[in-house]
Design a binder for this molecule. Structure first.
Ligand code: FE2
Length: 126
């Protein structure tokens, strides 16, 4: 995919953590974190967990909340979960299967702080 430049405007494009060893509070609250096996069998279902706010709790109020999380294998869409503030927390477990060893990528949207991507999670498909 083509990369557009937004020059620090978090409402533009897709935000990612700049320096994993020195994350800002904004990055800690918004970066989706993927938990998945490092190796899976081609065509077999397995579980992936995605959590927003793992490093630092994100607000979950009517005025400020995580609206949705999507999961991809490379550029291939795997699934999406939407949230109602206060009643649901932005942590999901998704059951998926892969045919290719493209990295898993989770993307989320905060209603105030825009769209954030996880770092790609490498996964070996055998
Ligand atoms: Fe936010």
């Amino acid at each position: 995919m083509y990369k557009y430049t937004c020059e620090g405007d978090i409402s533009c494009g897709v935000n990612i953590v700049k320096d994993k060893k020195n994350m800002t509070d904004l990055e800690k609250k918004h970066s989706p974190v993927i938990s998945a096996p490092g190796k899976v069998n081609k065509g077999e279902l397995f579980e992936v967990t995605v959590e927003v706010g793992k490093y630092m709790k994100h607000p979950n109020t009517m005025g400020h909340f995580i609206q949705w999380i999507e999961l991809y294998s490379g550029n291939t869409f795997l699934g999406r979960a939407e949230f109602t503030p206060e009643f649901s927390d932005p942590k999901i477990k998704m059951v998926v299967m892969l045919k290719h060893g493209h990295p898993l990528i989770a993307v989320e949207r905060c209603n105030l702080h825009g769209i954030w991507s996880s770092e790609p999670k490498s996964i070996k498909v055998v």
